[in-house]
Design a protein around this ligand. Sequence first.
Ligand SMILES: Cc1ncc(COP(=O)(O)O)c(C=O)c1O
Length: 473
Amino acid sequence: MDWKPDRQSHLTIHVQIIEWMKTRIERGDWTVGTKLPTQRKLAAQFEVNRSTINLALDELKADGLLESKVGSGTFVANNSWNILLNKSQPNWQQHIEASIHKPNYHTIQLINEFEQKDHIIRLGTGELSPELLPTKKIERSLKSLSLESRAIGYSEPQGSKKLRSVLCEYLKKRGIDTAQENILIVSGALQALQLIAIGLLEEGAIIFQDNPSYLNSIHPFQSAGMRMIPVQRDGNLPDTLRIAKRKKQSLFYCVPTLQNPTGCNWTIGERQTLYHTCKQLQIPIIEDDVYHELLFEPSSSPALKSFDQSGQVLYVGSVSKTLSPGLRIGWVVAPQSVIQRLADIKMQTDYGSSAVSQEIVAQWLSSGLYESHILQLREQLKLRATFVENILEEQFKHIATWKKSEGGFYIWLRFKEPIVNKAFFLNLLKKNVLINPGYIYDTSDLHHIRLSYAYASLEELTVGLNSLIEVIS
Ligand SMILES: Cc1ncc(COP(=O)(O)O)c(C=O)c1O
């Protein structure tokens, strides 16, 4: 032990002694139970006052690393990593609380945690059941992919040319006439929303949206300092938008086809009104169209983007709800200047989406595999929706109302009484049933749950809905 504190150091003597002793404990040189030399010996060895030794030992005792035994001396009491790490790390909690991005609601954190547990019945999940995902077929695609030499390098800022070119053809069927230069490949629609939030809007900008809204459950705009304004799409809409817009930059976010969480599908009139109102007021629109292929019956549900001749609409799509959320592939269609701006930020964020995923999606979209998969998927979802609606009809008619599903994953179930609070959510969780309560999409809503027939098996749906009845009665 010939170490001595450095008198030239910017650290005080007693802090140097603390760090030296901690290192001995951390390395295991001093194991739990080791007796330290007396204070007098330590003071002599380090050539410091006994009061300095005393100060250092007191701090280590307060941290739980040392303990004094009356009449016996001072001993190493603990070498737990937790204690050592806590004392040597910055105050991360303070960093976390002061940081920019909002945390998830506690209910959503619980949903994310419990969704991964096998024994849980997922009655609200916005994901296809494993049995509806074409896993084996994707495995076969992976085996059959022939990759060009640069195919798995970093892709271009806007994403794989091949996929963008395939998407141009695919989007034509949705009435959207676009070019490769106007497409950005993103890692899921969620990333598109995040890029738009940080790349196109000033702090304090206003985001108009329907209420309830998917955006309230994920906060991409709220975290970037934007104000969310729920609006009614009625006759007063132009005035509401005009007044709010005067003060700040603004944008309208919407999911006109099979909205999340309500499953609502706008009429063609509603689509045209919103588009023309926003166009007149020069308010850009984000059209989030991730569910459109899951409409059960062909109906007049054109994309707002298909009306757009002037670059008013930022169109967002994805394969997450139809093919695989795990591939993490989505796209944005927008004017070139917007696409280049978003691509520039994306390059600073992740250098592009997975090259392998882009190859797979290009193959599925161009080979007809995707189209035939969607036809089957729609039929399966239709059967599941009818199954759940039959149970609702038999067991829920006296306590709740709902609209027949027009497609997608969800039924927006409204209880007559305001019973859907956090305690209700937790009571169901105790019965291993996970729901998406309405209050995560509209904080003041205590009437709804977003019921999903897409994930749980038919048996689980029966058991889960029975548990729901039990908790209510
Ligand atoms: C309306 C809507 N937009 C975007 C997303 C995110 O999709 P992705 O998995 O493509 O990021 C979801 C997922 O739930 C959604 O419901």
